[in-house]
Design a protein around this ligand. Structure first.
Ligand SMILES: Cc1ncc(C[n+]2csc(CCOP(=O)(O)OP(=O)(O)O)c2C)c(N)n1
Ligand SMILES: [Mg+2]
Length: 306
Protein backbone atom coordinates (compact mmCIF):
# COMPACT_ATOMS: atom_id res chain seq x y z
CA UNK A 1 0.00 0.00 0.00
CA UNK A 2 1.24 3.51 -0.55
CA UNK A 3 0.46 5.51 2.60
CA UNK A 4 -0.35 9.16 2.35
CA UNK A 5 2.91 10.74 3.76
CA UNK A 6 1.02 13.21 5.94
CA UNK A 7 -1.18 10.50 7.46
CA UNK A 8 1.85 8.32 7.90
CA UNK A 9 3.61 11.02 9.97
CA UNK A 10 0.54 11.45 12.15
CA UNK A 11 0.38 7.68 12.62
CA UNK A 12 4.03 7.51 13.72
CA UNK A 13 3.60 10.56 15.94
CA UNK A 14 0.57 9.04 17.66
CA UNK A 15 2.38 5.75 18.15
CA UNK A 16 5.35 7.46 19.78
CA UNK A 17 3.00 9.36 22.13
CA UNK A 18 1.57 6.00 23.20
CA UNK A 19 4.95 4.39 23.76
CA UNK A 20 4.48 3.76 27.51
CA UNK A 21 1.25 1.85 26.86
CA UNK A 22 2.71 0.09 23.81
CA UNK A 23 5.61 -1.29 25.85
CA UNK A 24 3.13 -2.91 28.25
CA UNK A 25 1.60 -4.83 25.34
CA UNK A 26 5.01 -6.01 24.15
CA UNK A 27 5.62 -9.17 26.15
CA UNK A 28 9.12 -10.11 27.30
CA UNK A 29 8.93 -13.82 26.44
CA UNK A 30 11.38 -15.34 23.98
CA UNK A 31 10.00 -15.39 20.44
CA UNK A 32 10.08 -18.82 18.80
CA UNK A 33 8.54 -18.15 15.38
CA UNK A 34 10.61 -18.93 12.28
CA UNK A 35 12.51 -16.17 10.50
CA UNK A 36 10.16 -14.37 8.15
CA UNK A 37 6.99 -15.69 9.83
CA UNK A 38 3.99 -13.43 9.35
CA UNK A 39 3.06 -13.81 13.02
CA UNK A 40 5.67 -11.16 13.96
CA UNK A 41 3.92 -8.53 11.84
CA UNK A 42 0.43 -9.54 13.00
CA UNK A 43 1.48 -9.21 16.63
CA UNK A 44 2.98 -5.76 16.04
CA UNK A 45 -0.09 -4.58 14.14
CA UNK A 46 -2.37 -5.80 16.94
CA UNK A 47 -0.30 -4.02 19.62
CA UNK A 48 -0.33 -0.83 17.56
CA UNK A 49 -4.04 -0.97 16.83
CA UNK A 50 -4.83 -1.47 20.52
CA UNK A 51 -2.86 1.55 21.69
CA UNK A 52 -4.05 3.72 18.81
CA UNK A 53 -7.61 2.90 19.91
CA UNK A 54 -6.66 4.06 23.43
CA UNK A 55 -7.02 0.59 24.91
CA UNK A 56 -4.75 -0.48 27.76
CA UNK A 57 -3.71 -3.96 28.84
CA UNK A 58 -6.51 -3.81 31.43
CA UNK A 59 -9.24 -3.10 28.87
CA UNK A 60 -8.81 -6.15 26.66
CA UNK A 61 -9.00 -9.93 26.84
CA UNK A 62 -6.98 -11.74 24.19
CA UNK A 63 -7.91 -15.29 23.22
CA UNK A 64 -5.56 -17.53 21.25
CA UNK A 65 -6.17 -20.81 19.42
CA UNK A 66 -3.56 -23.59 19.15
CA UNK A 67 -0.82 -23.34 16.56
CA UNK A 68 2.09 -21.06 15.72
CA UNK A 69 -0.41 -18.20 15.90
CA UNK A 70 -1.49 -19.36 19.35
CA UNK A 71 2.04 -19.12 20.65
CA UNK A 72 1.46 -15.38 20.54
CA UNK A 73 -0.50 -15.81 23.79
CA UNK A 74 2.57 -15.46 26.00
CA UNK A 75 4.24 -12.86 23.79
CA UNK A 76 1.76 -10.08 24.41
CA UNK A 77 0.93 -8.18 27.58
CA UNK A 78 -2.58 -8.18 29.05
CA UNK A 79 -5.11 -10.82 29.97
CA UNK A 80 -4.59 -13.78 27.64
CA UNK A 81 -6.20 -17.19 27.27
CA UNK A 82 -4.72 -20.06 25.23
CA UNK A 83 -7.62 -22.32 24.29
CA UNK A 84 -8.15 -25.69 22.63
CA UNK A 85 -7.51 -26.19 18.93
CA UNK A 86 -10.37 -24.80 16.85
CA UNK A 87 -12.40 -23.74 19.90
CA UNK A 88 -11.12 -20.24 20.56
CA UNK A 89 -14.30 -18.50 19.39
CA UNK A 90 -16.49 -20.30 21.91
CA UNK A 91 -14.19 -19.31 24.80
CA UNK A 92 -14.04 -15.71 23.58
CA UNK A 93 -17.82 -15.60 23.12
CA UNK A 94 -18.26 -16.57 26.78
CA UNK A 95 -16.02 -13.69 27.84
CA UNK A 96 -17.73 -11.05 25.75
CA UNK A 97 -21.19 -12.14 26.91
CA UNK A 98 -20.15 -12.10 30.56
CA UNK A 99 -18.38 -8.78 30.48
CA UNK A 100 -19.25 -6.36 27.69
CA UNK A 101 -17.02 -3.74 29.31
CA UNK A 102 -13.88 -5.42 27.98
CA UNK A 103 -12.79 -5.63 24.35
CA UNK A 104 -12.52 -9.27 23.32
CA UNK A 105 -10.06 -10.22 20.63
CA UNK A 106 -9.61 -13.79 19.43
CA UNK A 107 -7.09 -15.20 16.98
CA UNK A 108 -6.87 -18.54 15.20
CA UNK A 109 -5.09 -20.23 12.33
CA UNK A 110 -6.57 -21.50 9.08
CA UNK A 111 -6.30 -25.08 10.35
CA UNK A 112 -8.01 -24.38 13.66
CA UNK A 113 -10.65 -22.09 12.22
CA UNK A 114 -11.52 -23.64 8.86
CA UNK A 115 -10.67 -27.30 9.33
CA UNK A 116 -11.13 -28.20 13.00
CA UNK A 117 -13.44 -25.58 14.46
CA UNK A 118 -15.41 -24.22 11.53
CA UNK A 119 -18.70 -24.75 13.40
CA UNK A 120 -17.63 -22.23 16.04
CA UNK A 121 -16.79 -19.69 13.35
CA UNK A 122 -20.19 -20.14 11.71
CA UNK A 123 -22.12 -19.51 14.91
CA UNK A 124 -19.80 -16.74 16.06
CA UNK A 125 -20.58 -14.84 12.87
CA UNK A 126 -24.32 -15.69 12.87
CA UNK A 127 -24.74 -14.59 16.45
CA UNK A 128 -22.78 -11.39 15.89
CA UNK A 129 -20.95 -11.70 19.20
CA UNK A 130 -19.15 -8.45 19.89
CA UNK A 131 -15.54 -9.50 19.29
CA UNK A 132 -12.68 -9.11 16.87
CA UNK A 133 -11.52 -12.31 15.24
CA UNK A 134 -8.15 -12.41 13.49
CA UNK A 135 -7.61 -15.28 11.06
CA UNK A 136 -3.90 -16.07 10.65
CA UNK A 137 -4.14 -17.60 7.20
CA UNK A 138 -0.73 -19.09 6.42
CA UNK A 139 -2.49 -21.73 4.30
CA UNK A 140 -1.21 -24.68 6.33
CA UNK A 141 -0.97 -26.34 9.73
CA UNK A 142 2.25 -24.56 10.67
CA UNK A 143 2.94 -25.84 14.18
CA UNK A 144 2.61 -29.50 13.20
CA UNK A 145 5.05 -28.83 10.34
CA UNK A 146 3.18 -28.10 7.19
CA UNK A 147 0.14 -30.29 6.56
CA UNK A 148 -2.64 -29.04 4.29
CA UNK A 149 -5.62 -27.21 5.76
CA UNK A 150 -8.93 -26.36 4.09
CA UNK A 151 -7.29 -23.13 2.87
CA UNK A 152 -4.19 -24.72 1.26
CA UNK A 153 -4.03 -24.13 -2.49
CA UNK A 154 -4.75 -26.98 -4.87
CA UNK A 155 -1.77 -28.98 -6.18
CA UNK A 156 0.55 -27.76 -3.41
CA UNK A 157 2.78 -30.59 -2.18
CA UNK A 158 2.52 -30.55 1.62
CA UNK A 159 3.70 -32.80 4.42
CA UNK A 160 0.99 -35.45 4.55
CA UNK A 161 0.05 -34.91 0.88
CA UNK A 162 3.43 -34.97 -0.93
CA UNK A 163 1.82 -35.49 -4.35
CA UNK A 164 -0.11 -32.27 -4.00
CA UNK A 165 -3.43 -31.27 -2.49
CA UNK A 166 -6.21 -32.61 -4.69
CA UNK A 167 -9.08 -30.38 -3.55
CA UNK A 168 -9.77 -26.70 -4.10
CA UNK A 169 -9.25 -24.42 -1.11
CA UNK A 170 -12.08 -22.65 0.62
CA UNK A 171 -12.06 -18.88 0.30
CA UNK A 172 -12.16 -17.54 3.87
CA UNK A 173 -13.78 -14.14 3.25
CA UNK A 174 -16.21 -15.48 0.67
CA UNK A 175 -17.33 -18.16 3.11
CA UNK A 176 -17.87 -15.68 5.93
CA UNK A 177 -19.69 -13.27 3.60
CA UNK A 178 -22.11 -16.12 2.90
CA UNK A 179 -23.08 -16.12 6.59
CA UNK A 180 -24.45 -12.55 6.47
CA UNK A 181 -21.75 -11.12 8.70
CA UNK A 182 -21.50 -7.52 9.89
CA UNK A 183 -17.76 -6.96 9.31
CA UNK A 184 -15.25 -8.60 6.96
CA UNK A 185 -11.79 -7.27 6.14
CA UNK A 186 -8.75 -8.75 4.41
CA UNK A 187 -5.17 -7.70 4.90
CA UNK A 188 -1.58 -8.96 4.51
CA UNK A 189 0.98 -9.89 7.18
CA UNK A 190 3.73 -8.06 5.27
CA UNK A 191 1.95 -4.70 5.56
CA UNK A 192 1.84 -3.70 9.23
CA UNK A 193 0.34 -0.30 8.50
CA UNK A 194 -2.61 -1.76 6.57
CA UNK A 195 -3.15 -4.51 9.17
CA UNK A 196 -3.16 -1.86 11.91
CA UNK A 197 -5.80 0.14 10.05
CA UNK A 198 -8.02 -2.89 9.50
CA UNK A 199 -7.70 -3.92 13.15
CA UNK A 200 -8.55 -0.39 14.28
CA UNK A 201 -11.72 -0.50 12.20
CA UNK A 202 -12.50 -3.95 13.62
CA UNK A 203 -11.99 -2.74 17.20
CA UNK A 204 -14.50 0.07 16.59
CA UNK A 205 -17.11 -2.31 15.17
CA UNK A 206 -20.11 -3.38 17.26
CA UNK A 207 -20.45 -7.09 16.47
CA UNK A 208 -18.34 -9.93 15.11
CA UNK A 209 -15.47 -8.38 13.16
CA UNK A 210 -13.75 -10.96 10.94
CA UNK A 211 -10.26 -9.96 9.78
CA UNK A 212 -8.42 -12.32 7.45
CA UNK A 213 -4.68 -11.83 7.44
CA UNK A 214 -3.09 -13.51 4.45
CA UNK A 215 0.03 -14.65 6.18
CA UNK A 216 3.53 -15.49 5.03
CA UNK A 217 4.92 -18.86 6.14
CA UNK A 218 8.29 -19.13 4.39
CA UNK A 219 9.03 -22.46 6.09
CA UNK A 220 6.03 -24.50 4.91
CA UNK A 221 3.94 -22.46 2.50
CA UNK A 222 5.95 -22.30 -0.70
CA UNK A 223 2.94 -21.21 -2.78
CA UNK A 224 2.86 -17.57 -1.69
CA UNK A 225 5.80 -15.23 -1.00
CA UNK A 226 5.93 -11.47 -0.43
CA UNK A 227 6.64 -10.92 -4.14
CA UNK A 228 3.69 -13.18 -5.05
CA UNK A 229 1.36 -11.10 -2.88
CA UNK A 230 2.77 -7.74 -3.98
CA UNK A 231 2.08 -8.57 -7.60
CA UNK A 232 -1.52 -9.49 -6.92
CA UNK A 233 -2.83 -7.32 -4.09
CA UNK A 234 -5.29 -4.56 -4.99
CA UNK A 235 -6.52 -2.09 -2.39
CA UNK A 236 -10.24 -1.39 -2.15
CA UNK A 237 -9.52 2.11 -0.87
CA UNK A 238 -8.29 2.89 -4.39
CA UNK A 239 -11.70 2.06 -5.88
CA UNK A 240 -13.73 5.23 -5.24
CA UNK A 241 -17.08 3.64 -6.10
CA UNK A 242 -16.73 0.62 -3.83
CA UNK A 243 -19.64 0.46 -1.37
CA UNK A 244 -18.73 -1.39 1.86
CA UNK A 245 -22.43 -1.78 2.69
CA UNK A 246 -23.10 -3.83 -0.47
CA UNK A 247 -22.92 -7.54 0.43
CA UNK A 248 -23.07 -8.72 -3.19
CA UNK A 249 -20.25 -6.40 -4.23
CA UNK A 250 -18.23 -7.73 -1.28
CA UNK A 251 -18.76 -11.32 -2.37
CA UNK A 252 -17.62 -10.50 -5.88
CA UNK A 253 -14.58 -8.62 -4.54
CA UNK A 254 -13.60 -11.49 -2.24
CA UNK A 255 -13.78 -14.15 -4.96
CA UNK A 256 -10.39 -13.98 -6.65
CA UNK A 257 -7.49 -15.50 -4.71
CA UNK A 258 -5.23 -16.04 -7.70
CA UNK A 259 -4.89 -12.95 -9.87
CA UNK A 260 -6.29 -9.82 -8.28
CA UNK A 261 -6.67 -10.20 -4.52
CA UNK A 262 -8.78 -7.44 -3.01
CA UNK A 263 -7.50 -6.11 0.30
CA UNK A 264 -9.24 -3.82 2.76
CA UNK A 265 -12.62 -3.48 4.39
CA UNK A 266 -14.78 -5.67 2.18
CA UNK A 267 -18.06 -5.33 4.05
CA UNK A 268 -19.58 -3.63 7.06
CA UNK A 269 -23.14 -3.45 8.36
CA UNK A 270 -23.26 -0.83 11.09
CA UNK A 271 -26.98 -1.15 11.67
CA UNK A 272 -27.29 -4.67 13.10
CA UNK A 273 -27.29 -4.99 16.91
CA UNK A 274 -24.89 -7.41 18.53
CA UNK A 275 -26.03 -10.62 20.24
CA UNK A 276 -26.40 -9.12 23.72
CA UNK A 277 -28.41 -6.18 22.41
CA UNK A 278 -30.85 -8.61 20.76
CA UNK A 279 -31.63 -10.55 23.97
CA UNK A 280 -35.04 -9.58 25.38
CA UNK A 281 -33.93 -10.76 28.84
CA UNK A 282 -31.18 -8.12 28.88
CA UNK A 283 -33.25 -5.29 27.43
CA UNK A 284 -34.26 -3.67 30.73
CA UNK A 285 -30.98 -4.35 32.53
CA UNK A 286 -28.65 -1.54 33.43
CA UNK A 287 -26.03 -3.96 34.77
CA UNK A 288 -23.87 -6.53 33.00
CA UNK A 289 -23.68 -10.24 33.81
CA UNK A 290 -20.32 -9.82 35.52
CA UNK A 291 -21.81 -7.17 37.81
CA UNK A 292 -24.63 -9.51 38.70
CA UNK A 293 -22.38 -12.29 39.93
CA UNK A 294 -23.45 -12.96 43.47
CA UNK A 295 -21.11 -14.10 46.22
CA UNK A 296 -22.63 -16.89 48.31
CA UNK A 297 -21.23 -17.97 51.65
CA UNK A 298 -20.98 -21.77 51.39
CA UNK A 299 -19.37 -22.14 54.84
CA UNK A 300 -22.47 -23.75 56.37
CA UNK A 301 -22.70 -26.28 53.56
CA UNK A 302 -19.03 -27.15 53.92
CA UNK A 303 -19.55 -27.70 57.67
CA UNK A 304 -22.24 -30.29 56.87
CA UNK A 305 -19.75 -32.21 54.75
CA UNK A 306 -17.19 -32.49 57.51
C1 LIG B 1 -8.04 -31.01 18.81
C2 LIG B 1 -6.64 -30.96 18.31
N1 LIG B 1 -6.34 -31.47 17.10
C3 LIG B 1 -5.08 -31.42 16.63
C4 LIG B 1 -4.07 -30.85 17.39
C5 LIG B 1 -2.65 -30.83 16.85
N2 LIG B 1 -2.29 -29.52 16.30
C6 LIG B 1 -1.65 -28.60 17.06
S1 LIG B 1 -1.27 -27.22 16.19
C7 LIG B 1 -1.97 -27.85 14.80
C8 LIG B 1 -1.93 -27.07 13.51
C9 LIG B 1 -2.35 -25.65 13.65
O1 LIG B 1 -2.57 -25.08 12.37
P1 LIG B 1 -3.25 -23.69 12.26
O2 LIG B 1 -4.50 -23.67 13.06
O3 LIG B 1 -3.36 -23.31 10.84
O4 LIG B 1 -2.20 -22.75 13.02
P2 LIG B 1 -0.69 -22.36 12.59
O5 LIG B 1 0.21 -23.28 13.35
O6 LIG B 1 -0.56 -22.53 11.13
O7 LIG B 1 -0.55 -20.93 13.04
C10 LIG B 1 -2.50 -29.13 15.03
C11 LIG B 1 -3.16 -29.97 14.02
C12 LIG B 1 -4.41 -30.31 18.64
N3 LIG B 1 -3.51 -29.67 19.40
N4 LIG B 1 -5.68 -30.39 19.08
MG1 LIG C 1 -2.06 -22.17 9.67
Amino acid sequence: MSPNPQNHCQYLQKLSEKKAEYIKFEGDEKITWCNGCGDYGIQKALERALVLENLTTRDVALFFDIGCNGNGSDKIGGYTFHGLHGRVISAAAGACLANPNIKVIAAGGDGGTFSEGINHLVHGVRNNYPMVFILHNNENYGLTIGQASALTRRDQPMNGSPDGVVTDPMNACEFVLGLKPTFVARTFSGDIRHMTQMLQLALRHNGFAFVEVMQLCPTFNKATSTAWFEERMRYLQNLPDYDVADLHAARRAAEDLENEIMMGLLYQDKTRPNFIEMLPSRAERKTTLIEEVDYQDIGEFMEELR
